[in-house]
Design a protein around this ligand. Structure first.
Ligand code: ZN
Length: 284
């Protein structure tokens, strides 16, 4: 099985995680830029971070057999801090770089006027740089926030097939399906979406334009949630090809629109078998 985690913050994870992810079948990841937990106080804090996402982290991932790409943006939370908003002026320099496969995460946190401005400016940058966008939906007021996000996306003129709307659940999936945008789901250990709920969403809404991620970061999260969801899909009767579509071909198709994904070939019948914490290899 080959797995592409389309949203994971590896900067906050360990080499043990990389090893376990490889053993579970993960061969590619996209790391969206996000906040640090601690507020940033200057633009330099962003540029050092972006440089790490483009240099150090792909190097670290490659040592464990995992291909690493990133997205860069001013994230929704920090759009409200004037010390951070200045990063919008240096973003074009980063959006021109090869390892950057989308603008993101952008979107709403508290739906303030400052977030409106940052979202509109970054959607315009995506159009200008011919890049897809990764859009975060707020964890509070999710239905209202998602509806408003889709309105702003429509007004921006960016084609919906170049937009991935992330952190969806049962309440927001239908409106995003209708919009023509791609649908992202973050599977967490004990809050929000679980792998079982994800399987039911796929049974109800199909597998086209669907992406599953772990969104693992420095909070309680699990970088193997992609594999656990794939296993839950198989247990529920989805076939290998459908699991491959959701776990590999969909993210390749979405981020491939950047023209920069350029992944080394990985075969669908990659034979790492994952059983709990013990890994068995077949076919060798
Ligand atoms: Zn994230």
């Amino acid at each position: 099985m080959r797995i592409f985690d389309p949203h994971i913050h590896m900067t906050s994870r360990t080499t043990d995680d990389y090893e376990a992810m490889y053993a579970a079948g993960v061969r590619a990841v996209v790391e969206p830029s996000f906040w640090l937990g601690q507020p940033r106080t200057s633009v330099g804090s962003f540029t050092d971070y972006f440089d790490a996402l483009l240099g150090w982290e792909p190097f670290r991932a490659a040592q464990f057999g995992i291909q690493h790409r990133c997205t860069v943006a001013l994230n929704p939370k920090e759009a409200n801090d004037p010390r951070c908003a200045e990063v919008l002026d240096v973003l074009p320099r980063y959006l021109a770089k090869d390892g950057v496969v989308a603008v993101g995460e952008i979107g709403y946190d508290s739906m303030t006027p400052e977030e409106d401005e940052a979202l509109a400016r970054q959607l315009a940058l995506a159009v200008e740089h011919d890049l897809p966008v990764l859009v975060h939906t707020p964890h509070r007021d999710k239905a209202v926030g998602t509806r408003r996000t889709l309105d702003v996306v429509r007004e921006s003129g960016i084609p919906p097939e170049r937009v991935l709307v992330d952190h969806l659940n049962e309440l927001t999936v239908a409106m995003v399906a209708d919009s023509g945008c791609w649908m992202g789901f973050s599977i967490y250990p004990d809050t929000k979406m679980s792998e079982e709920r994800m399987v039911r969403v796929l049974q109800e809404h199909g597998t086209a334009r669907m992406l599953v991620n772990s969104a693992a970061d420095w909070g309680r999260s699990d970088p193997l949630k992609t594999r656990r969801t794939a296993d839950a899909m198989l247990a529920a009767g989805f076939d290998d090809d459908t699991v491959d579509q959701v776990m590999w071909r969909n993210p390749v198709d979405f981020y491939g629109q950047s023209g920069r994904l350029g992944l080394d070939e990985i075969k669908p019948d990659d034979t790492a078998l994952f059983q709990g914490n013990s890994i068995k290899r077949g076919g060798e």
